[in-house]
Each structure stands twice: as C-alpha cells, then as structure tokens.
Write a protein that binds this ligand. Structure first.
Ligand code: IPD
Length: 263
C-alpha cells in the first residue's frame, strides 16, 4: 500500500507539470469554452487539457486508482485511493489574467484525504500536506496565525456562481464587515485555504464549494493547525467555515449570527 508521502510525491510532480501546461497555454490566449452551473461559471479548453494530463499521469503511475475531476472525468477506485482534482481552481481569474489560480490535487483513502498539493500557477508556490505529517510551503513547515479578537481578523470569502446564493452571501458579508478587520475575495478557494494555513488571513467562509475545491487545501489547513467545519448555508448548499483551531468556535458563532447559514 502506498504511503501518504509516496502519494504526495506523485501528486506534486503531476501538479507542477499541469501548472507548466496551464502557463504555456495561457501564452496562446484563453477562450471560454463552455459554462456550467450558470453563465458566470466558465470553463476553458485549458481546464480540460490540464485535467486530462493530470488524470493520464496519475492513472499511468497508479492504475486502479479512482479519479474525480472538476471537469467531469470520473473513474471508480479498485485500489482504495481516489484522486480529487481541480485542474484550475480560480478559472475566472485565469480567464482575466489575474495571477491567483492554482492546480489542486488530493489523494483520498476511503473518505479521508491523506495527501494534498496546491500549486500556485503564476507565483509557483507549492503548498503540501500529508495527514499527520504537517503542512509545508515550498518544503518549509507552515502554521496558522495565532488567535486574535474577532474585530482583528482578516476573513477570506467567495461568492457562488448562482444568483440567489450569492445574494444571500452578500447580505451575510455586509453584516460580517462590521465585526472583523476586513474581508477579501481572492477568487481561488484552494489558495484561500492554503493562505490561511500559512498565516496570511485569520478565517474563511464560503457556501457552495465542491470536493475538488476543498480536498487538498482543507488537509493543508488542518495540518497547519486549522479547523475546517461545514454546515448548511443560507442558500441551501454546503457552507465551509475555517479558522485556526483555537479561534474556530468564535468565528462559527459570528458566521451564524451574520446569516451565512440556513436558519
Ligand atoms: C472556484 C474558486 C472560487 C470559489 C468558487 C469555486 P473554480 O473554483 O475556488 O474562489 O469562490 O466557489 O468554484 O470554478 O475556479 O475551479
């Protein structure tokens, strides 16, 4: 049975190769190829090409593994390991040329993520973790920030591609803004979680994430001393709430009070 370190080594190599492909293809221009859950939820040919490369490399190296990709590729697992992949997390940023998008690859054994890597395509930062093995940025250990009062916390969030959900999110963010240091919407959930893991923010809340947005970044954050929780959001979808473990409960209470969650 492959160890989490072996799975991570493979995932890291493949994520870097995919990041190179994304960089190279962007030089030739980017066209929106299709839309998904709504007209604002876009996908490009590069998302498809990167997912196909990642799937090919992982399954060539480990035939029998399962695969779940944002762009629709799916294979069931015979080995017990399933790869959960977002080929470009932050596709809208990618389309506009905003340098905040990433390749995210996680290895799941059963229901538990055991290894994860997020590679920032433009900056080249490589965030990694194995379960029980800590979280790293470019090979150096990372830790969440120390807990500060709610009013001094910088919070990452994101908005759904679906109108009704994002209207509910906006109302909750308006409430939250009066209680915290500030709010940022950077456009890549995977990078938000990794940034939180290395102390670049104090909390994160977003409704509507999928497994591929969350799998690698969630493990990286937990291994850095964060806690990741979920509840049903005001729009009826899964709402992810995350913070340094010691400040989680207070942030969760604020999230509830501000109206992020279903009542
Ligand atoms: C999106 C990004 C964004 C978040 C959305 C995600 P995609 O992923 O992570 O920050 O707000 O919920 O769907 O579509 O660019 O892979």
């Amino acid at each position: 049975m492959a160890s989490p370190d072996e799975l991570l080594a493979l995932a890291r190599d493949v994520a870097r190769e995919a990041a190179d492909l994304v960089t190279e293809r962007r030089r030739h221009g980017v066209e929106v190829a299709d839309t998904k859950s709504s007209p604002t939820d876009v996908v490009t040919e590069v998302d498809h090409a990167a997912e196909e490369l990642i799937r090919k490399r992982l399954l060539e190296a480990r035939p029998g593994d399962g695969f779940v990709g944002e762009e629709g590729a799916a294979d069931t697992s015979a080995s017990g390991i399933t790869w959960v992949v977002d080929p470009i997390d932050g596709t809208v940023n990618f389309v506009y040329g905003i340098p905040q998008y990433a390749v995210s690859i996680a290895a799941r054994r059963g229901d538990e993520v055991v290894a994860g890597v997020v590679v920032d395509v433009v900056k080249g930062e490589c965030f990694t973790a194995t379960r029980g093995g800590g979280a790293h940025l470019d090979g150096r250990p990372v830790q969440v920030r120390g807990v500060v009062p709610l009013a001094q916390r910088l919070v990452f969030t994101g908005f759904s591609y679906e109108r009704d959900t994002r209207v509910a999110q906006a109302a909750a963010v308006r409430e939250l803004l009066g209680r915290v240091r500030d709010v940022r919407r950077l456009g890549s959930a995977a990078l938000d979680l990794c940034y939180l893991a290395c102390g670049r923010a104090d909390a994160y809340v977003e409704e509507g994430l999928h497994d591929w947005d969350l799998a690698a970044g969630g493990l990286i954050l937990e291994e850095a001393g964060g806690r990741v929780g979920e509840a049903t959001g005001a729009g009826g979808k899964r709402c992810i709430v995350a913070a340094p473990a010691g400040g989680f409960d207070e942030f969760m209470t604020a999230v509830e009070d501000c109206g992020f969650l279903a009542s």
